[in-house]
Design a protein around this ligand. Structure first.
Ligand SMILES: C[S@@+](CC[C@H](N)C(=O)[O-])C[C@H]1O[C@@H](n2cnc3c(N)ncnc32)[C@H](O)[C@@H]1O
Length: 388
């Protein structure tokens, strides 16, 4: 019996309940005690699952994660609730009522789709992963809407579904895969599947080159809490559209195909665009909102004289501009009595940790600051400031 099958037995479920909340430091003691009454394999499966649930809480919230079943790959590859819910709501708004979730993993997306009231066929070829998806639909009371099938997605007939969603495996034996044709299944297969359905969404790595986006697709980059999580190719929406969506929200910025903003002198404010905006190449759209320009033609920092409030970029008030010199920075930090320094960089090879070690005075002052290590019109520059 595999670990998941052991855990789904009544004894396994009871043991899982008993070990919930066990912290790593106590694992050995807890394991020794439980092994007196339970098989060693079950005890180690339960403790392993408790650890996975704790890890998964960041994505799924402690309540759901505490009831769900995971595999190590399954936690890592799953879509977090915030992002999956946003996608499910978007599909629902398109009028979609049934989705073939091809490559369902442990069911991160399938759960959100079902919670949006969408009927889901969830397919994964890995037996344990499909088993976890099935157990999760059951644990969360979603079996009426979710059918889990253990199969190769390339052999599944999706003709009776309003939409297909494909989240291919992007990790090979040697870490992340960047070539979309090395995804499992390959992106070209997923695009063909997408084109044969009324609507489709394909999840891809945020680093996908814009040239690789098929002409029939809309491309959306999604960030959550400022971190870029994924890119999605949508079919059956607006071919050629490009958007950046920020969660929570959602706040969505659409491309208007603006040319790159002009380079201008450093103003009172520096704006750091959200990662989804940068990946979607929408810095010009944000620059227009801010009436701002670029610090350097090759770097995605914006500057403006006025403070504008926008969800698409974080604003910093700049107090000092210096040519790159650790010595000068050190003197300035001492003069300003700065003890906490946040280092941000674009277009600079500086190691933030090393810079902090070298530049912060031994006698730490009470103030905090942010330093941007970047280029201004080609020249290596340091801009000191603080969040506006
Ligand atoms: C990135 S994960 C999916 C995560 C899922 N969306 C979630 O939120 O939990 C990709 C999954 O695709 C499955 N997979 C890869 N190639 C497959 C194929 N040809 N047929 C079925 N499943 C496949 C893997 O087993 C893996 O579980």
């Amino acid at each position: 019996m595999n670990d998941l099958a052991l855990l789904l037995t009544p004894e396994g479920r009871a043991l899982l309940h008993e070990v919930r909340g066990t912290v790593p430091a106590d694992e050995l003691t807890v394991a020794t005690r439980l092994r007196r009454e339970h098989p060693a394999a079950l005890v180690s499966a339960a403790l392993g699952q408790a650890r996975l649930r704790q890890r998964a809480a960041v994505k799924f919230g402690a309540e759901d994660a505490g009831r769900m079943f995971f595999t190590p790959h399954g936690v890592e590859q799953s879509t977090r609730t915030s992002v999956a819910t946003y996608r499910a709501e978007r599909l629902k708004a398109l009028g979609v009522t049934s989705v073939a979730d091809l490559c369902c993993g442990i069911g991160g997306d399938a759960i959100a789709l079902a919670r949006a009231g969408i009927r889901v066929l969830a397919v994964d070829r890995d037996p344990v992963t499909a088993g976890a998806a099935r157990a999760n639909a059951e644990a969360l009371g979603l079996t009426d809407l979710v059918e889990v099938r253990e199969a190769d997605v390339t052999e599944v007939d999706t003709a009776s579904y309003d939409a297909v969603f494909v989240d291919p495996a992007r990790r090979g034996g040697r870490g992340r895969i960047f070539d979309p044709e090395a995804y499992s299944p390959p992106l070209s297969w997923a695009v063909r599947a997408a084109l044969s359905a009324p609507h489709a969404a394909l999840k891809v790595a945020p680093g996908i080159p814009h040239e690789a986006v098929p002409a029939e697709a809309e491309a959306e980059w999604v960030s959550d809490g400022g971190d870029v999580k994924e890119a999605v190719l949508w079919f059956g929406t607006e071919p050629g559209a490009v958007r950046a969506t920020l969660l929570p929200g959602p706040r969505t910025l659409l491309s208007r195909g603006l040319p790159d903003p002009d380079v201008r002198p450093v103003g009172r404010y520096l704006y750091e665009p959200d990662g989804a905006v940068i990946r979607a190449h929408l810095v010009a759209e944000v620059a227009e909102q801010l009436d701002g320009g670029l610090l350097d033609a090759t770097i995605a920092y914006l500057t403006a004289d006025e403070r504008h409030v926008t969800p698409y970029a974080s604003a910093y008030e700049i107090t000092d501009q210096l040519p790159f010199s650790v010595k000068k920075l050190k003197a300035l930090l001492r003069e300003r009595e700065i003890g906490i320094l946040t280092v941000k960089k674009r277009g600079s090879a500086v190691e933030p940790e090393e810079l902090r070690r070298k530049a912060l005075p031994k006698q730490r002052g009470p103030n905090s600051a942010t330093v941007f290590m970047t280029r201004v019109a080609g020249a290596p520059t340091m801009l000191l400031g603080h969040p506006a």
